[in-house]
Design a protein around this ligand. Structure first.
Ligand code: GCU
Length: 678
């Protein structure tokens, strides 16, 4: 992936890189990891292993060296320099690079900070950037987390890159080296937390809390710990019942509370730095407090009390909605659900509870507005949930680089406290002064040799980590950085890969469901076009296309009132046809096919045009990629080419199904006379 270990051709090893001094306790595993990663990277780049010098507070070696050290352990002069560099950094995970004489020092307050600093120096080395340049970097988010939807049987829900890295046949069963490499990849992009099992917790994973499974889980935790990553488990709210211990899982029943305390105590005996629980409750048939007439606060706080003595967190998902809706009832609206459920509970959750909110109000569609719940919760810790795995965005058969979409989400101004109330500031906890916050991404990896099935899908994992660390980064720059780290520094290769990545989300949007309408996919697996796949179902994801028009009226004036969940001026922006952005038009309004967009085109002509354009964009990607033949190793080159060719066929299928669907609905021909099947 992006930690390539090819030699850096034509470069001699710069003198300071020949020696390494580590200041800090040698028994500190993360510190040793930092030193080991740096040593490994230098050796790979120059074929020369840095000499490990013994730290000595008074005697410096004469030759220049790289130092890595925890601030209090540093020799005096360097300590002052380091403390000053880190002065403004608020996070324990911050690092600084300072240079003294010819030496380069990576300094931090914690071993984890040093590890991130070491990876930053490695990145500079591979990108050919100046190693000496002083810098300080502090993560924007305290929690930078991956949610694995892995099942104990080895399958991965919405996984498109093979089987689980952690489980096989109902057992914790893993290749230690592979998992350690995975931990390296994650640490290198700043990830510090991982939930290792699916939010849909089945009977086997329910037993993860028991002595039968905890020793194996602890072995996984041991690997991740060396890379500064804390392990979380998804739990089944009905565990006390399902494991046969109690007749109830009522969160207000003292026996239930005691049961969870005992479970937490047991987990911490095996995993002293266990992160906590991730919970999907009362959502899509998962059990929860509603069964007992209780609410989310009762459920989350009960678990939070069990974890609090150990410093654990409850991450409670806001993905709660009625999945038994009636398509005949046009007044009810799934988009409203998360806000309607959670805003009345604002301020009632304990301090070690976070509410994890999907970026959009529906479900990871290629285009959705930002969930209004971000602006709705003021006295509750929240977390942003993104989907790195491409469930609705091509399933890692199509290239779809999601960083530009995520960036729009992070930059979105909720106006919850006036201008500048961005999702990035809310998710980190800063806007409302919350003690916890962060970002979680649903993982896109499996045991496929290239981790993500499609090589280019690695860019999404990389970008997720980089944005969780620093949401101000530019997605194009991240793409460039990733391309260079992954494919080497030939300018043309880097430019082309960046261009393909940057074109890919717009292309995917263009040839699939139009103008924010979403969900025109096949039911169940969610791949490929099926404009009415969910139209008469109970899932609440409708578009209401008829012979005159399409879209969901979510206005306050005549629709479901969803726009009212936003603060002004966003509310009015979406409420009115005149101001609603084109790309979200059908999410908020039901309009005739002849309605003129701001672009000047009619809705129907926009649909036809974008669907032809989307296919053209894929054709362009194929040509661009082909020009890289011979300049990328043949294995990766051929695999990506094969995927792109497949993507072309898939895009054609989408184009033709969608265009024909709308042509048949409205009978309006394409004004450019292109082939639309009758
Ligand atoms: C989507 C997805 C499910 C998943 C759910 C969730 O609906 O299709 O597989 O379980 O989201 O986020 O809980």
């Amino acid at each position: 992936a992006w930690l390539q270990e090819t030699p850096l051709r034509g470069l001699a090893c710069p003198p300071p890189l020949r020696a390494l001094v580590v200041f800090g306790s040698p028994s500190e595993p993360v510190l040793e990891t930092a030193a080991a990663e740096w040593t490994r990277a230098v050796q790979a780049a120059f074929g020369e292993r840095p000499v490990r010098l013994q730290p000595s507070l008074d005697a410096y070696p004469d030759a220049p060296f790289v130092a890595m050290g925890l601030v209090p352990e540093l020799p005096l002069g360097l300590r002052e320099l380091a403390a000053k560099a880190l002065e403004a950094a608020v996070s324990d995970d911050a690092y600084a690079i300072v240079s003294t004489g010819g030496n380069i020092a990576v300094v931090a307050h914690t071993p984890a900070g040093l590890l991130y600093g070491a990876f930053h120096l490695i990145r500079r080395l591979r990108l050919g950037q100046p190693l000496h340049e002083p810098c300080v970097s502090s993560p924007h988010n305290a929690l930078r987390m991956l949610d694995h939807w892995d099942n104990a049987d080895g399958t991965i829900e919405r996984g498109y890159a093979g089987q689980s890295l952690f489980y096989r046949g109902g057992q914790i069963d893993f290749d230690e080296r592979r998992v350690a490499d995975y931990a390296r990849l994650l640490a290198s992009i700043g990830i510090n937390a991982i939930a290792i099992n699916n939010v849909n917790v089945h009977p086997i994973e329910t037993r993860f809390l028991t002595e039968a499974y905890l020793p194996g889980i602890a072995r996984l935790a041991d690997i991740f710990r060396r890379y500064g990553i804390r392990l979380f488990l998804s739990i089944n709210f009905a565990s006390p019942v399902d494991l046969g211990d109690l007749p109830t899982a009522d969160p207000l029943d003292a026996r239930v509370e005691a049961w969870w305390r005992a479970a937490a105590d047991r987990i911490y005996r095996h995993i002293p730095d266990f992160g906590g629980f991730l919970v999907k409750a009362d959502s899509e048939f998962r059990p929860g407090p509603f069964t007992y007439g209780r609410d989310h606060k009762d459920g989350a706080n009960m678990l939070a009390r069990a974890l609090a003595p150990h410093g654990g967190l409850v991450i409670w998902r806001a993905f709660v909605y009625n999945c038994l809706m009636d398509w005949r009832d046009r007044r009810s609206d799934r988009a409203r659900a998360a806000y309607d459920h959670f805003v009345p509970l604002d301020g009632l959750f304990l301090d070690n509870v976070l509410i994890q909110i999907k970026h959009g109000p529906i479900d990871f569609q290629v285009r959705e507005p930002v969930s209004p719940l971000f602006g709705g919760l003021r006295s509750t810790n929240v977390m942003l949930e993104l989907q790195i795995t491409q469930e609705y965005t091509g399933q890692q058969r199509d290239v779809c680089y999601l960083a530009p979409m995520w960036k729009q989400v992070l930059d979105f101004d909720t106006h919850a406290r006036g201008e500048g109330s961005t999702v990035a500031e809310i998710a980190r906890g800063a806007l409302f002064g919350r003690p916890h916050g962060g970002m979680a991404g649903v993982a896109n990896v499996g045991d496929s040799p290239n981790w993500t099935g499609h090589s280019l899908a690695q860019a999404n994992l990389y970008a997720f980590g980089r944005l969780a660390w620093d949401p101000s980064l530019d997605p194009a720059e991240i793409a460039r950085e990733w391309a260079q780290l992954t494919y080497g520094d030939e300018a043309d290769v880097v430019r082309t890969v960046e261009a393909i990545l940057m074109a890919s989300w717009p292309a995917y949007e263009a040839y699939t469901a139009p103008l924010g309408v979403g969900f025109m996919v096949n039911p169940g697996h969610h791949d490929g076009p099926n404009p009415e796949g969910y139209e008469y179902s109970k899932w609440g994801t409708y578009h209401y296309a008829d012979w005159r028009g399409i879209g969901v009226d979510r206005t306050m004036a005549t629709g479901t009132g969803f726009t009212g969940q936003y603060h002004e001026p966003v509310r009015s922006l979406y409420e009115h046809l005149e101001t609603c952005p084109d790309e979200l038009l059908l999410f908020f309004h039901h309009v005739p096919y002849t309605h003129a967009l701001h672009s000047g085109k009619t809705v129907i002509q926009h649909i036809y045009d974008t669907h032809f354009d989307g296919v053209e964009a894929v054709a362009w990607m194929i040509e661009a990629w082909r020009r890289l033949a011979g300049r990328i190793d043949p294995v990766r080159f051929e695999r990506v080419l094969a995927r792109l060719l497949d993507q072309y066929d898939r895009a054609v299928e989408w184009r033709d199904v969608i265009n024909t669907y709308f042509y048949r609905k409205c009978g309006i021909p394409d004004d450019r006379g292109r082939l639309i099947y009758p």
